[in-house]
Design a protein around this ligand. Structure first.
Ligand SMILES: Nc1ncnc2c1ncn2[C@@H]1O[C@H](COP(=O)(O)OP(=O)(O)OP(=O)(O)O)[C@@H](O)[C@H]1O
Ligand SMILES: [Mg+2]
Length: 368
């Protein structure tokens, strides 16, 4: 097997893992929504949970990562959620484990045929499967990552939104029938907002936020990259660790990026490039658009703002900022924040540059 110069690692998340376990150990009573800023580690945490619990008897964990799946029609949904049992035969054991990550529910040949001919109700098939497992003393768990990707799909004849129907079905399976646990993860803050404003869903769901790594965890990691990432070529001193934290905070993905580049470049050069990139990104997003400039000005000195503090900026532009991963929305606390520390530098740097430009232009006029 290839040995890389830097390995991936899994830092802490004990509290979050305990929270997930606590949910799974209780009687199914609500859907659990896992949300959080882009690349905060939701998928990684879900896989971790899946791996831990897969070995335990008594649970049937069904994990579906919709990011990997092309979803443009109802049939794509059927293919994603249901797998034909015949396809599994003949796969090697290793591949079989991989296969288990695709498709939630195994079908016998007859049901598959009926489902494809649209003579079987997919929701009924799922419910039957939950009941079958429970009869065997097994607790079914459904985990769906990137759930918002189902948006835009409809049920064939009824013209009903699939995402809404599926969510209603999961409410029935959790709160009403207590048949199965359902964890839904999504980085799409807009989707979470939709769920949160739907009073029926809010009352039948739990919301769990996964934020970037905390300072102490990032420091423990960076103080021993030999242990955590098998990096042999260099170590980091306290000053460098502080610089990394100040630049990207607890964003694991960006920390990896820096660690990878350190084999070749100095930390100063890497940090400077990250900041320049972010300034350029903000300049591009705000280009020729006063409303966007006005919105981000609110975040110049403060990375987090309450909705009430943003009065006058317009909900549409706020939504766009969230969709474009500039801002991040936390529905539970009703706050908007900048998506990550490196982008804070982008916003700060962008406004400093524009102000300098204005000043230079002003001076040029004065001395003409
Ligand atoms: N606890 C952790 N320790 C170390 N690295 C982590 C940890 N959690 C996530 N990462 C790393 O951070 C990166 C982003 O993680 P991941 O894709 O799980 O985030 P996400 O929240 O699912 O992102 P998205 O918002 O795009 O769905 C990955 O490269 C992953 O390896
Ligand atoms: Mg993810």
């Amino acid at each position: 097997m290839t040995r890389f110069k830097i390995d991936t690692t899994f830092i802490n998340r004990e509290r979050e893992m305990a929270e997930l376990r606590n949910y799974l150990e209780g009687r199914p009573n609500s859907i659990l929504f896992l949300y959080g800023p882009k690349s905060s580690g939701k998928t990684t945490l879900m896989y971790r949970l899946f791996e831990e619990m897969e070995a335990e008897k008594g649970y049937e964990i069904n994990f579906l990562n919709l990011r990997k799946i092309l979803l443009t029609s109802y049939d794509d949904f059927i293919d994603a959620f249901f797998k034909s049992s015949s396809a599994e035969n003949g796969l090697k054991t290793g591949t079989r484990r991989q296969y288990s990550l695709f498709g939630l529910f195994k079908l016998d040949a007859f049901t598959e045929k009926m489902l494809k001919k649209r003579q079987e109700d997919p929701f009924l098939i799922m419910e039957r499967e939950f009941q079958r497992l429970i009869k065997k003393g097994i607790q079914p768990v459904v985990i769906i990552d990137e759930f918002h990707k189902l948006d835009g799909l409809y049920l064939p004849d009824k013209q009903k939104r699939l995402m809404v129907e599926l969510m209603n079905f999961f409410v029935a399976m959790t709160k009403e029938s207590h048949l199965c646990h359902v964890i839904i993860a999504s980085s799409d803050a807009f989707f979470i907002e939709q769920v949160y404003v739907d009073s029926k869903l809010r009352k039948t769901s739990e919301f769990m936020k996964l934020d970037y790594l905390e300072k102490k965890d990032a420091f423990v990691w960076l103080q021993d990259i030999k242990k955590y990432n098998q990096v042999q070529e260099y170590t980091l001193d306290e000053k460098q660790i502080k610089i990394i934290w100040k630049t990207v905070g607890g964003s694991a993905w960006e920390i990896y990026y820096i660690l990878g580049k350190l084999f070749q470049y100095s930390l100063t050069a890497i940090v400077s490039k990250i900041k320049r990139e972010k300034v350029a990104m903000i300049a591009d997003w705000t280009f020729d658009n006063e409303a966007r400039n006005c919105l981000l000005r609110h975040f110049r000195k403060q990375p987090i703002r309450k909705l009430t503090e943003l009065a006058g900026t317009g909900k549409a532009i706020l939504g766009q900022a969230v969709r474009d991963n500039i801002l991040y929305y936390d529905p539970v606390d009703g706050i908007y924040g900048i998506q990550g520390k490196s982008l804070e530098w982008g916003i700060k740097g962008y406004f400093e540059e524009t102000e300098t430009d204005i000043l230079v232009a002003k001076n040029a006029r004065l001395f003409k």
